[in-house]
Design a protein around this ligand. Structure first.
Ligand SMILES: Cc1ncc(COP(=O)(O)O)c(C=O)c1O
Length: 444
């Protein structure tokens, strides 16, 4: 086979070549079908190859596909209205971009701009959490806490403080207490005070974790505590809903599980279900009005932000989700998936099974009692993912460094919301067999 000229993210001998997708399945040029139990990368919420979306794409392409920010277009207006109708509270102003990193980085800049315009020019740092992921661009990477992905680019990264994630299974504050003491949330206050509140612009967190620790859900009071600390120090609260947004956890947005309204929300992936690149940063009226109180121009933006083609496609996707009641199906199938994965806990290498909606994760340990992780060089995550792939099912490897920035093995299962009971069973079977096979090969 002729060698391709793609700059790959992994170098390997042979890549399967996908020719098309339909529903839950991707098909390659050798006739193999793969059950896509991770929706690409938590993206394809409505499944592959939906004809209505292709129709909407074609209809808009025949009208106009690009205008730039001198004009508004109807798809942009309609999509902003739709997003505002779905987001909680007064998150009503939608800044369109093309991907999740642009959305979180825009959130960072909007927070900075808000403070500049409201008399706090020193506020510029964003506090985030270790093990988090907010994207690959320099601002987004500075906020991210994934050590393995930060390492090479450290000289470029901004000096942003990180606090511990809310991770009771391994938390040094509460692991032995039986329940979360919220000390991890209180740590935000300590960091704000230590750094000086006059330098802190915002705090950012995923409401429920994606690839960093799929399905990890903090206790009910965690985000209320965070909201309260942010308010007391004039620190904006940003939630990163790039993975959790538009239904993935069984509610429109992950933060709804906690009854708080953030000031800024970054969205991406599920907005268009991957049918086109589009993402959005949604801000409260208060922030929007503050930015425009003394001026008529906001300096920040990207060429493709709000292009009418992507907006029309995303709108068609959101219509499809509503018409087929897919968020409710996501909730139902998510509960089923979590229930059916529970028996995995009997396998000696499984430490935890967690999830919310169709964002499910399994964590592996060398010792169930001590929760000691496997040595990195045993490559347990890759072994499980490969063994699942051998069964023609696709899942995501969890991001490296879950435990301490280096060790920690886990997987993410996050299929399209259109999954049915039989496909849940097929996924659970493939994962169970793969985990058992891996345990055996490790000598358990
Ligand atoms: C929570 C979260 N935020 C932001 C991003 C960055 O999004 P993108 O890769 O579209 O730039 C990701 C990507 O996986 C993510 O999981």
């Amino acid at each position: 086979m002729k060698q391709d000229r793609v700059f790959h993210r992994t170098r390997k001998e042979r890549w399967p070549r996908v020719t098309h997708g339909e529903g839950l399945y991707l098909y390659d040029d050798e006739g193999q079908a793969y059950l896509d139990a991770c929706a690409g990368v938590h993206v394809v919420s409505i499944g592959h190859g939906v004809a209505e979306i292709a129709d909407a794409m074609q209809a808009q392409a025949r009208k106009v596909t690009f205008t730039y920010s001198r004009f508004l277009t109807q798809p942009q207006i309609d999509l902003a209205d739709r997003i505002a109708s779905l987001t909680p509270g007064d998150l009503n102003r939608v800044f369109f971009v093309s991907g999740g990193s642009e959305a979180t980085e825009s959130a960072m800049k909007i927070a900075r701009k808000y403070h500049l315009e409201t008399g706090s020019p020193g506020k510029h740092k964003i506090v985030s959490r270790w093990q988090s992921w907010h994207g690959a661009t320099v601002g987004a990477l500075s906020m991210s806490g994934r050590s393995a992905w930060r390492k090479d680019y450290k000289p470029y990264l901004l000096d942003f403080p990180h606090i511990r994630p809310c991770y009771p299974y391994r938390c040094e504050y509460c692991r032995d207490a039986g329940e979360c003491s919220l000390a991890c949330a209180q740590d935000l206050e300590r960091v704000i005070q230590q750094e000086g509140a006059d330098s802190i612009a915002a705090f950012i967190a995923e409401p429920i974790l994606g690839t960093s620790c799929a399905g990890l859900t903090p206790p009910p009071d965690y985000f209320r505590t965070i909201r309260d600390i942010c308010d007391r120090h004039n620190v904006l609260m940003i939630v990163d809903e790039v993975v959790t947004g538009f239904g993935r956890t069984g509610t429109n947005f992950g933060v709804e599980h906690f009854g708080v309204v953030p000031d800024i929300m970054a969205t991406g992936k599920g907005l268009s279900s991957g049918y086109t690149p589009i993402a959005a940063t949604v801000v409260s009226e208060r922030i929007y009005e503050a930015i425009y109180a003394k001026q008529t121009h906001y300096v920040h933006g990207h060429t493709y932000g709000g292009n009418p083609l992507s907006c029309a496609v995303a709108l068609a996707v959101q219509d499809y989700i509503a018409e087929h009641d897919l968020v409710a199906n996501c909730r139902r199938m998510g509960d089923l998936m979590l229930e059916k994965l529970q028996p995995l806990l009997d396998c000696p290498i499984v430490g935890a099974v967690r999830g919310k909606g169709l964002l499910t994760g399994v964590e592996f340990v060398a010792d169930q009692k001590t929760r000691e992780p496997f040595a990195v060089d045993r490559k347990v995550t890759a072994a499980v993912v490969d063994a699942v792939f051998d069964r023609n099912v696709l899942i995501m490897p969890g991001a490296p460094g879950l435990v301490d920035g280096a060790a920690g093995d886990h997987i993410a299962i996050s299929p399209p919301f259109t999954i049915d009971e039989q496909q849940v069973d097929a996924t659970v079977l493939a994962v169970t067999e793969a985990v058992e096979e891996t345990a055996q090969s490790l000598g358990f």
